[in-house]
Design a protein around this ligand. Structure first.
Ligand code: MN
Length: 509
């Protein structure tokens, strides 16, 4: 990746009717902490349970109940801070953020306000091959609220408190992003880091990663404009669409001589536009104050150091290692480390004997394409609870060692590249226990390098096509037709290099 500064001025400007505009974006990402129980109670955090089946007396805010901090949630927040190369604050404080809403039985949310557990950090994002450093302002811990359900009954709304009290990490970026693409790349990198760390599943479909998107526009070089906050955007695609729609709206207002009011807005995905939710005049006064039921959180340096020693290899480090150890390009290494399972799978292929560059090419250009090509019914077929040494749901039904064997057979000339693709399809159907070496033997798929057999096929085709033989002497590019005929006659198994050589010799060109 190049450095952003070296790549020259950002080409992210938006053309308005009266000149260029720059969009400025900052994100507040809420990531659900990966932990078995909630932030201040022992109730389960399992997804998809019967409504109100995972609710302790604390989560329901029964009078007299006291919160007890879940140490695992603290450790997860600190690990995340370390993964974001951020400052860990040894002393942090839980505050009460007071507001009234039916899904918030306490009447306040416990959240870290003035003194968060994690301070400033940094995430390096790859935007079209250019490295962009995005500042992290802070990370704080807070409780999630319950969920209001409005579609079960015409006259009533219901409340499900399963989510009430679940631990969230709110990760606040600096306003360092200048386009929808940059914001999308940032969220996707953040998601990768959280998954590597194991501190959040970061699954947007389950709602355990949600973003509040702050957008403003300005003329290049001018001070920051007034920002609007788009609440709770729940997919990377929608984050991009919301930023583009909101930037366009603000530019139109300003070019018409209006002004932007600071307000909270919602993104309507069906209409592709944002609309006002509440303005600053109606904004809540949350009356923050330290929660008297909770002591300040005090961590020791030793505790933080111990967590730091236990951190796994993170994507940036893994990418650098792949480039150095396996001689991969930055792009290829980046594709392989984008998902932790993918990088692990790749290394299993190499460990099984595949040449590193050939394995990377095969995985990226052939196998990932196969995994992502619809129909996806294999997901149901092979994602059985049987334990495999690789995650079938993300890496498909073929084992790393089977893919490694295919790559090795191509490298050694045992099979052609064309046959390798056929072998992939056959192995795919056979599933996790497929043995491509056995398939090659059983089905006679070995590449024919026996020049005697190739010569016989060449002689036959020359004898049958005297007109084409005359033509190719005048026009040597016609040789391709002969190669095709010989390959067809051999069922795709003839070694193409040998076919070419023998044809040229026999045709005298
Ligand atoms: Mn929040």
């Amino acid at each position: 990746m190049q450095d952003k500064a070296k790549a020259g001025k950002s080409s992210n400007l938006i053309r308005g009717a009266t000149g260029d505009w720059e969009v400025v974006v900052g994100l507040e990402v809420h990531a659900q902490v990966a932990s078995k129980s909630k932030l201040f109670s022992g109730a389960s955090t399992a997804f998809g349970a019967e409504p109100n089946s995972h609710v302790s007396l604390v989560d329901a805010a029964m009078p007299g109940m006291l919160p007890v901090i879940n140490e695992e949630c603290i450790a997860q927040a600190v690990r995340t801070g370390l993964g974001l190369k951020a400052k860990i604050n040894l002393r942090s404080v839980f505050d009460r953020k007071n507001y009234f809403y039916p899904d918030l039985p306490q009447g306040y949310q416990i959240s870290q306000y003035k003194q968060p557990v994690v301070g400033e950090g940094e995430v390096v994002v790859d935007v079209d091959g250019v490295a962009l450093k995005v500042g992290i302002e802070r990370l704080h811990l807070e409780q999630d609220a319950g969920k209001s359900i409005h579609d079960q009954h015409p006259d009533y709304s219901y409340v499900d408190l399963n989510r009430s009290g679940v631990a969230l990490m709110e990760i606040v970026s600096k306003p360092d992003l200048r386009s929808a693409r940059e914001a999308q790349a940032y969220v996707s990198k953040l998601r990768t880091i959280l998954r590597y760390l194991g501190t959040s599943d970061a699954d947007m479909e389950k709602g355990n990663l949600r973003a509040d998107v702050n957008v403003s526009v300005r003329r290049p070089g001018e001070p920051l404009g007034t920002r609007c906050e788009i609440k709770n955007v729940n997919s990377i695609r929608f984050i991009g669409q919301a930023i583009e729609a909101e930037a366009r709206r603000q530019i139109e207002v300003l070019e018409d001589g209006g002004r932007i009011d600071q307000e909270t807005r919602l993104f309507d995905a069906a209409k592709g536009e944002t609309r006002a939710m509440r303005s600053k005049e109606e904004a809540h006064d949350y009356r923050y104050f330290p929660d008297p039921d909770l002591l300040p959180l005090e961590l020791t340096k030793d505790y933080v150091a111990k967590l730091e020693r236990g951190l796994p290899e993170l994507p940036d480090e893994k990418r650098a290692r792949f480039m150095k150890a396996y001689g991969l390009s930055g792009y290829d290494a980046g594709v392989l480390v984008a998902e932790k399972e993918r990088g692990d799978y790749y290394e299993l292929m190499v460990k099984d004997g595949a040449e590193p560059k050939a394995a990377a090419n095969w995985l990226i250009n052939e196998y990932l394409g196969r995994i992502n090509r619809p129909p996806m019914d294999w997901l149901v077929q092979w994602s059985t609870p049987i334990q495999r040494p690789w995650p079938v749901a993300t890496m498909g039904p073929i084992s790393p060692s089977a893919n490694s064997a295919i790559v090795q057979m191509v490298s050694s000339g045992e099979i052609s590249g064309k046959i390798a693709k056929e072998l992939l399809e056959i192995s795919w159907e056979l599933g996790p226990d497929a043995d491509p070496r056995a398939v090659v033997v059983e089905r006679g798929m070995k590449q024919v390098t026996d020049t005697g057999a190739i010569e016989r096929a060449v002689d036959e085709i020359i004898a049958l096509n005297p007109d084409k033989v005359a033509a190719v002497k005048a026009k040597p590019t016609m040789l391709g037709w002969f190669v095709g005929q010989v390959m067809k006659a051999s069922g795709g198994k003839a070694n193409p290099a040998a076919v070419n050589e023998i044809l040229k010799r026999k045709l005298g060109i």
